[in-house]
Ligand binder design. Structure first.
Ligand code: F6P
Length: 501
């Protein structure tokens, strides 16, 4: 990889936010955009016209335009695994063959949903979805955000191998009215397969004569699902070139499509496609995912920020920070470039966050007065999700806006313990309303933002080799716990002995 020259970014004059606002009455319009029902405001970040120009030049040197085209054309952008990354094709934006294949898989999913709704599998009231990581976080976010008023099905998304998680679902559900959905791209993930087997036993003990007859598999490895026991007609495949953390648009979105209705799922795809087109065809200087990535990179590369925090000021989006942790950290938490050379600069920041206003009373102390500079992102929705006294939603939004203002403004005080330095950056994403379209657009925005950061850093965002070692060692630990050789370090050997004798 040709070495990127970050000197223009690192050399940017560091001005306080209040100085930037005072110097430019047009700052808010310069640094805001409206796309797909979402208002983006980066004016309270330290981005300036000069910084954006420098980043646009760096994007040019990094080949961002060509790489963006390659992504949508279904070329091999995941170079370490020699495959494309075709999540946009699921939304109808990609190479014609890939779009056609995705639509074929969607049609199959829809037909099965119609059949389930027509009770072809018997009465179904509960959907028990087992999957982990990208095979759980997306569906969970969708169902939690959009399904609160839905009375179609009860949905439980169980990911943890801790049986406590599965037992909670068993306690809620009637085995005879449960559809078991096993979601795993590889169909080999230990946690998911153990949960799936336990769910089968629970159904059998609950009087279901043929539990496998009530299973739907969501996978890119259909043969393995059939081998495990699922009838081919209830295997919903998706393409190998759709990465796990980018897969909620594929059959992995099945619990949302069944639980919320096909129309909802389709609208979500359309919202995402609108963001795809904005990203694909928009100039870098007026492109939401690109500008957001520039802000992210400014803070990690020029200001040494190690984390970024996302606060959903909307209960319906409470799972968004968890979802983004996988998307951002599994994609861009890498120490080498796509060519395998050591990365000579920080990779992705640590993504963390929570829900406002709760977080204000728990972690905002550090954001206002701690020694770490943490860029904060507020995600809020103009239209309320509740029908209570309008004060609830007014308070929610006013708090989000006030926190951004307070972080930036700060306050002097002779007593240092009571002083706020201010000049702490934040961005705000304000959705007009929370519906399938805006949520689809929001998630697609984050995907493309990750991609842009990866291109400028020279990282491959589509592999995740860093998760493998722990999986292998867990298997070896399992063998040791069953009487095999204990040849870990002394601490790990001791822990295994204590727990398993
Ligand atoms: O361990 C990481 C990971 O491979 C993720 O990338 C993926 O989303 C998750 O595990 C689940 O994998 P699968 O869908 O194959 O079960």
């Amino acid at each position: 990889m040709a070495k990127r020259d970050w000197s223009a970014i690192e050399g940017l004059e560091q001005q306080r936010l209040d100085t930037l606002f005072a110097a430019d009455p047009e700052r808010v319009s310069l640094l805001s955009l409206d796309v797909a029902g979402i208002h983006f405001d980066w004016s309270k970040t330290h981005l300036t016209a000069e910084a954006i120009d420098a980043f646009v030049r760096l994007a040019g040197d990094s080949g961002l335009a060509d790489k963006r085209d390659a992504l949508f054309a279904g070329e091999t952008v995941n170079v370490t695994e020699s495959r494309a990354a075709e999540h946009t094709a699921e939304r109808g934006e990609g190479a014609p063959d890939s779009v056609a294949r995705a639509q074929g898989f969607h049609a199959r999913m829809r037909a099965l949903i119609d059949a389930i709704e027509a009770e072809a599998l018997g009465p179904v009231r509960h959907i028990l979805h087992v999957g982990i990581g990208g095979s759980a976080l997306g569906p969970d976010l969708l169902v939690d955000a959009l399904g609160r008023d839905s009375d179609r099905y009860d949905v439980a998304i169980v990911s943890n191998v801790d049986g406590v998680a599965l037992e909670e679902a068993f306690a809620r559900f009637d085995p005879q009215a449960t559809l078991l959905v096993v979601a795993s791209k590889t169909f080999t993930t230990t946690e998911t397969m153990l949960n799936a087997n336990s769910a089968i036993s629970w159904m059998r003990h609950g009087g279901v004569a043929d539990p496998y007859g009530k299973v739907v598999a969501l996978t890119a490895s259909p043969d393995k699902a059939v081998e495990w026991g699922v009838d081919e007609t209830r295997v919903l495949p998706f393409s190998e070139s759709v990465g796990g953390r980018y897969s909620l648009w594929s059959s992995i979105g099945f619990p949302a499509a069944l639980g919320l209705g096909w129309d909802v799922f389709e609208e979500m795809l359309e919202g995402a496609a609108e963001m795809d087109r904005h990203f694909r065809f928009g100039d870098f200087g007026a492109n939401a995912p690109v500008l957001a990535a520039f802000a992210d990179l400014y803070y990690t590369q020029a200001r040494g920020c190690e984390t970024r925090a996302v606060f959903a000021y909307d209960e319906r989006l409470r799972l968004l920070p968890d979802y983004l942790q996988q998307l951002e950290m599994e994609s861009n938490g890498k120490g080498v470039t796509a060519e395998g050379e050591p990365l000579d600069r920080p990779s992705a920041p640590i993504t963390w966050g929570g829900v406002g206003t709760d977080a204000q009373h728990a972690v905002f102390q550090l954001l206002h007065q701690g020694t770490h500079l943490v860029p904060v992102e507020f995600v809020a929705v103009t239209e309320p999700g509740d029908a209570l006294n309008p004060d609830h939603h007014r308070q929610l939004l006013l708090n989000a806006f006030a926190q951004g203002a307070a972080l930036m403004k700060g306050r002097e005080n002779d007593d240092a313990a009571r002083a706020y330095s201010g000049d702490r950056p934040s961005s705000t994403l304000l959705l007009d309303t929370l519906d399938p379209r805006t949520l689809g657009a929001l998630i697609a925005f984050y995907e493309h933002r990750v991609f842009v950061s990866a291109v400028l850093l020279g990282i491959n965002p589509f592999d995740q080799f860093g998760v493998e070692l722990g999986k292998e060692m867990a298997k070896a630990a399992g063998a040791a716990a069953e009487g095999g050789e204990l040849d870990f370090d002394a601490s790990t050997n001791d822990l295994i002995k204590r727990a398993f004798g």
